[in-house]
Ligand binder design. Structure first.
Ligand SMILES: Nc1nc2c(ncn2[C@@H]2O[C@H](COP(=O)(O)OP(=O)(O)OP(=O)(O)O)[C@@H](O)[C@H]2O)c(=O)[nH]1
Length: 596
């Protein structure tokens, strides 16, 4: 297809505003897929996506559309996730697009991810087609939504906002016409050397790594000799093709097209999303600008439970191929053995990775308590950056100060919930920077420790503002904080996987909660097990896990003193024998602690 008849676009929206439903409807109208016996939501086909009802990964599909004037267009649609934890996927999709549909749910209005994703589109200078969805719903508030869209950006006032129902198909044809009219054609040079951006990749056990590419310049042919620009490594493609949405081989792709390349490479580290693929024999000079390296927000240890380390390693490597925001490095724990330290974009991301390991790879894992990463200044002024594992925190006697990451957080909240939001921010150690009144919305800017917002802040904010608050974060800096390490000893042996880094003000209460939780979730032994929480060498909380059997030494039975003493002695010997290596830490321990 000629470039003037190609349109590459994405749909961006807040979670649940109807992107996947609209994608399905577009595929239905353009006859891309037969809907006779379709399951709903063709693009959300991962198990985790079906179970949570959300899009986790971006999908791509080529639709052929015959417009009102009888012209045929190739509309390459890239579906994007809406959850805050997957905004990195959104930036990747947008880098391959020439325009976006901004979809707003008529019953909810503009929400946090509408704003965040709109900003990404604007930063990429992409034209925006504003669309209000779910107008068939009796609770639709179309006027309110229009006003909120205009409030988002003055430049949108000139736009004609479409009112559609992705569910019934009402006015979806107008969306297709607007795509053709308002989104520019790709403007690559078909005669220049090949220049293609990898915006995604998947692992196929037979074909190896399949790279999803946007061709900027030149032509790509099947079985062509190619190379990656980041490391000059060459390969010959085994197959190239398009998304229908299943993979369909073609002989040639050219500038403006979106398609895939079967690289044949099996090593998951061999293909990097954001890299440029060019021709080996006639390479381009400049690579396509790549992506900003992703910044992990929370870190946790992942260890094999019923499988072995090598299987887990392969699974994590493959998973990271189509989830380039997953950071991982090998790690070793005294209590959990060989595993990985992983970085995630947020808690939901962590949960999805854990579920994908089970669903896609059949691997059960133990996930340790998550934390952010810290910077430590030692007494001699030497700095240790990136302490992402509490067990690696140096002894307190060597530490001069500890710094933790802070975000600048902007929240737009209805004035009615402002005081509750401010209470939440204060409890989360927030520092108020500015407060601006804008009609009945108040914009609050806070500096907040990432450790406080990483876990449940967003959900709490949503709940106290009844879903109306918008929330946007930007990394600010590392600031000195009164941070301490809580270590847990079980039966007088330290357990490295149970180490926590917290603010000193929360240490005592947290330590009490942890040891009391452990009392109920820790597997019992035949003897009592003391569990102690330490901060800076001092025990600040303790419980004794009762033994499995009746403790004869303290039972009410009438026994001679010497017999009781003999029993006590035996129990003491058992006590000494056990080391942390004998302690089994089931996942329920970490789940219970996460609950705190
Ligand atoms: N009444 C009505 N419901 C709709 C419409 N479009 C989508 N929905 C419903 O809204 C819910 C969310 O739709 P999805 O298409 O999954 O939303 P999404 O934006 O793809 O969500 P994520 O994949 O999580 O980002 C589903 O229950 C849809 O059936 C519409 O036009 N009208």
């Amino acid at each position: 297809m000629e470039q003037r008849n190609i349109r590459n676009f994405s749909i961006i929206a807040h979670i649940d505003h109807g992107k996947s439903t609209l994608s399905d409807k577009i595929m239905q109208i353009t006859d891309t897929v037969s809907f006779r016996n379709h399951e709903s939501q063709i693009l959300d086909d991962m198990d985790v996506e079906k179970s949570h009802g959300v899009t986790v990964r971006s999908r791509t599909v080529r639709n052929l559309y015959h417009d009102r004037n009888g012209q045929t267009y190739e509309l390459n649609l890239i579906d994007t996730p809406g959850h805050v934890d997957f905004s990195y996927e959104v930036s990747k999709s947008l880098s391959a697009s020439d325009g976006v549909i901004l979809l707003v749910d008529a019953t909810k209005g503009v929400q946090a991810q509408t704003v965040a994703n709109y900003k990404i589109a604007k930063a990429n200078h992409l034209p925006v087609i504003p669309v209000i969805n779910k107008v068939d719903n009796k609770n639709a508030q179309i006027d309110m939504c229009e006003q909120q869209i205009y409030d988002l950006d003055d430049s949108l006032i000139e736009k004609n906002i479409l009112h559609i129902s992705a569910k019934t198909g009402l006015n979806v044809d107008q969306v297709l016409e607007s795509i053709v009219e308002e989104i520019p054609q790709p403007n690559g040079d078909i005669d220049a050397p090949l220049k293609s951006l990898i915006f995604d990749s998947i692992y196929d056990s037979y074909k190896g790594i399949i790279a999803y590419v946007r061709i900027y310049d030149g032509k790509l042919r099947a079985n062509q000799k190619l190379k990656f620009m980041s490391n000059n490594q060459s390969f010959e493609n085994n197959e190239i093709g398009i998304f229908t949405p299943s993979l369909k081989p073609v002989k040639e792709l050219h500038s403006g097209d979106i398609g895939y390349i079967v690289t044949g490479i099996k090593d998951p580290k061999g293909v990097r999303v954001g890299d440029t693929i060019t021709s080996k024999l006639e390479p381009t000079i400049h690579a396509v600008p790549g992506y900003k390296p992703v910044r992990s927000v929370v870190y946790a240890g992942i260890y094999p439970k019923n499988s072995n380390y090598d299987d887990l390693k392969m699974a994590i490597e493959k998973l990271s191929l189509n989830d380039s925001s997953l950071y991982y490095t090998e790690d070793n724990s005294d209590s959990l053995g060989q595993g990985f330290r992983c970085g995630f974009l947020g808690m939901f991301h962590l949960q999805i990775v854990r579920e994908r390991l089970i669903n896609d790879f059949d691997i059960s894992v133990i996930v340790t308590n998550p934390n952010v990463n810290y910077r430590v200044i030692l007494n001699g002024n030497e700095a240790i950056n990136n302490i992402d594992n509490p067990a690696k925190m140096p002894n307190f006697s060597k530490i001069n100060s500890i710094e933790e990451p802070y975000d600048e957080v902007k929240m737009k909240v209805p004035s009615s919930s402002m005081s509750k939001v401010m209470d939440l921010a204060n409890q989360s150690r927030g520092i108020l920077i500015t407060m601006d009144n804008d009609s009945n919305l108040v914009e609050l800017t806070y500096e907040l420790p990432v450790a406080e917002i990483a876990y449940n802040f967003f959900n709490k904010l949503k709940s106290i503002s009844h879903g109306y608050a918008t929330f946007d974060t930007k990394f600010l800096e590392y600031k000195v904080s009164d941070i301490v390490k809580i270590s847990i000893d079980v039966n007088y042996s330290p357990v490295d996987a149970l180490t926590f880094i917290v603010h000193r003000n929360n240490a005592s209460q947290l330590a009490q909660s942890i040891v009391h939780k452990l009392k109920y979730v820790m597997p019992k032994k035949l003897y009592p097990i003391p569990v102690q929480a330490y901060v800076e060498g001092r025990v600040i909380a303790r419980v004794d896990i009762p033994p499995l059997r009746k403790n004869a030494a303290v039972s009410g039975e009438k026994k001679s003193i010497s017999k009781k003493q003999a029993l006590l002695r035996r129990q003491n010997i058992n006590k000494r024998k056990i080391s942390s290596a004998n302690i089994i830490l089931p996942q329920r321990i970490f789940d219970a602690i996460l609950g705190i």
